[in-house]
Design a protein around this ligand. Structure first.
Ligand SMILES: Cc1cc2nc3c(=O)[nH]c(=O)nc-3n(C[C@H](O)[C@H](O)[C@H](O)COP(=O)(O)OP(=O)(O)OC[C@H]3O[C@@H](n4cnc5c(N)ncnc54)[C@H](O)[C@@H]3O)c2cc1C
Length: 593
């Protein structure tokens, strides 16, 4: 497998030019986030990802995880790497100083996390889930629980999980059966959860499970679900690790990818009942869990970018070494990177990755603005943008990661199909991304329903208006960049048309949002990515105009142009598919299939 090199140059550029680190650093609470500090953090994270996490990626894939004497055995080297991760304080970098985090913007956390996911996605799921659990506990737990559990989690000594899924309750969480009964100041939890990522392991000293369960007198459906903190070991009053709780891992799944991440069947309360503590209010658990899920959806989108980046790096290295055929202009057999079709595939991977990075970092910076802007109106405006864009980040970046990792295999030819190069692992690992944290179909339903119909298209209308202003700026630009303008304007018009058409038709056709949602979401993703890539191109041009002859800027413009010429035209077809409506999708009766 090719070594992973952290792409800090593009990250830094996107952080500065698209996400706007300068203006973020002027917000209250982010005074520490100076450009020098952020650059140093990215450098160090890049070294850690490349030298500690990455070398374990392929070996971890081969080894996988299994259960021995009731404990999950992780691949060799994992526990030591996790210890170094904790010792270096990486878990708390994006968390607020009020809970002993380092107080850096979520944007910086996202860039650092991208490197963890590129280096070893299966491993980095553990800190991802801890991070989400910290956020849910910080927001919804009473102070005494926060004091007992958060310090250990911020340090990474105790990890976290998210327990929603049960055999009969996957997408449909209304069907959850795990029970919670009041027992003095706590609850007793009984039931089985499946597919729990890093549900059991020995890398951290304790595991804090966040579990959705139902009280005996709870109303039916999603309005009767509560959220509980259920630790593997209870915390003593002084915060130290106390008695073992009544929960255990039953088995770990054998699966297609992310082999070194244990996907656990967990059993709660086989004896006296697992002790759990309520987060938020009774029967309001799903809303509380959404605090964690929104964060996790953005992070899973980031995983899509990260795995695309790693697949791209592997494909570039291979294409520069593999000799086949005589490329035009060469007198002898040449490396395959000189063949236009291979270049097409590499450019496709590069454009997908850079566009996804721009989208995910933009969303991360909007999250920071939604939390830290001085006025309530500003915070609300940014939050509306975040809410609109998160299903697009999750849906678009993870679907496009399938394409990037597929092309990574293709560029390797037969060597892509055998496991040695690692290209196959990227494709297998990437496959989960469109499934967990809500499938692509569910992201699309969220976008079409909650994020568009519920606010009558206001948030999307604001985004389109902002992109229209940019379209004019693009058209006014000179040189190569001006050539991007007509295609961008055309795709933006397609998005506006699709939005208006959908909002007008949705009431007439109850199947519409589900039938065309994914096409609409991919259309929106393409246009928003083209907007951000266009902004990147304009920023790069400003450096060139100021006298820079750094090839990075030229290539940023070239990649934006490729995106607009070779990926954005899908928008026209997507508009047609959206406007075809649900009729042909639903025409054939279910029993005929
Ligand atoms: C490796 C792995 C790790 C995981 N980690 C965790 C974890 O840590 N914690 C946790 O709680 N869960 C976890 N999950 C569970 C994951 O979130 C679910 O698998 C996912 O939400 C889908 O649920 P399901 O598998 O039951 O599929 P189903 O819900 O049965 O869906 C099957 C298909 O039907 C579609 N579908 C279902 N309902 C609708 C609808 N209403 N409208 C349109 N289409 C619909 C889906 O989009 C999908 O294509 C993990 C799963 C895996 C495989």
């Amino acid at each position: 497998m090719t070594d992973y090199h952290a792409p800090t140059r593009d990250m830094q550029f996107v952080i500065d030019e698209i996400a706007g680190l300068d203006s973020l650093a002027s917000l209250p609470g982010f005074e520490e986030a100076t450009p020098d500090l952020v650059e140093a953090v990215l450098e160090q994270a890049g070294v850690f990802a490349s030298e500690v996490f990455s070398p374990l990626n392929q070996a971890g894939d081969h080894h996988g995880t299994h259960i021995e004497n009731g404990a999950v055995v992780s691949p060799p080297g994992y526990a030591e790497a996790y210890r170094q991760f904790v010792d270096n304080g990486w878990q708390g970098i994006g968390k607020s100083t009020a809970i002993d985090g380092q107080g850096l913007p979520f944007l910086v956390h996202s860039a650092v996390a991208e490197m963890w996911y590129s280096a070893n996605m299966a491993f980095a799921l553990c800190p991802l889930l801890t991070s989400g659990a910290i956020e849910a506990i910080e927001t919804h737990a009473p102070k005494n629980l926060q004091d007992l559990y958060l310090p250990h989690m911020i340090s990474g000594e105790w990890s976290g999980t998210m327990n929603l899924t049960e055999p009969q309750a996957g997408t449909d969480l209304a069907a959850i059966k795990t029970r919670a009964e009041r027992d003095g100041d706590h609850y007793r939890i009984r039931g089985q959860k499946i597919y729990i990522t890093w549900g059991e392991h020995e890398m951290s000293d304790n595991i804090v499970h966040l579990v959705l369960a139902r009280l005996p007198d709870a109303p039916a459906g999603v309005k009767g679900i509560s959220l509980f903190l259920v630790p593997k070991f209870l915390a003593n009053a002084d915060g130290s690790r106390g008695a073992r709780n009544d929960l255990k891992v039953v088995s770990v799944e054998t699966k297609m990818g992310i082999h070194s991440s244990p996907t656990c069947v967990m059993s709660y309360g086989d004896g006296d009942g697992a002790i759990g503590f309520l987060l938020g209010e009774e029967n309001n658990g799903l809303a509380c869990m959404f605090t964690m899920m929104n964060n996790a959806r953005l992070e899973v989108g980031m995983q899509g970018v990260a795995i695309s980046e790693r697949a791209y790096q592997g494909a570039v290295a291979f294409a520069k070494e593999r000799v086949q055929g005589i490329a035009r202009g060469h007198s002898e057999r040449s490396t395959i990177i000189h063949h236009p079709d291979v270049r097409r595939m590499l450019m496709q991977m590069r454009a997908i990755t850079e566009a996804g990075r721009a989208l995910a970092y933009y969303a991360s910076a909007q999250t920071d603005r939604a939390h830290h802007s001085p006025s309530a109106t500003q915070r609300e405006t940014h939050q509306r943008r975040v809410d609109l864009i998160i299903p697009i980040v999750k849906g678009w970046c993870t679907e496009m990661a399938q394409e990037a990792t597929y092309l990574g295999v293709q560029i390797h030819g037969g060597m892509g199909f055998v496991e040695e190069t690692g290209a196959a692992q990227h494709m297998r690992d990437a496959r989960i991304l469109t499934i967990y944290e809500g499938t692509t179909g569910i992201q699309a339903l969220d976008l079409m329903g909650r994020k568009m119909l519920r606010d009558k298209g206001r948030a999307m209308g604001n985004l389109i208006a902002e992109m229209k202003e940019f379209a004019q700026e693009l058209a006014a630009a000179g040189g190569d960049i001006a050539t991007l303008a007509p295609r961008f304007a055309g795709a933006l018009a397609a998005l506006e048309d699709a939005t208006g058409w959908y909002l007008a038709q949705a009431a007439e056709d109850p199947d519409l949002g589900s039938a065309v949602g994914v096409d609409f979401m991919m259309l929106a993703g393409n246009v928003v990515c083209a907007w951000l890539m266009g902004r990147a191109a304009l920023a790069a041009q400003r450096y060139i105009d100021a006298g820079s002859n750094d090839r990075f800027y030229r290539h940023k413009i070239d990649t934006a142009r490729f995106f607009v010429e070779r990926i954005l035209p899908r928008s026209e077809a997507q508009l047609l598919m959206v406007k075809a409506g649900s009729a042909s999708v639903m025409a054939i009766d279910a029993d005929v299939f």
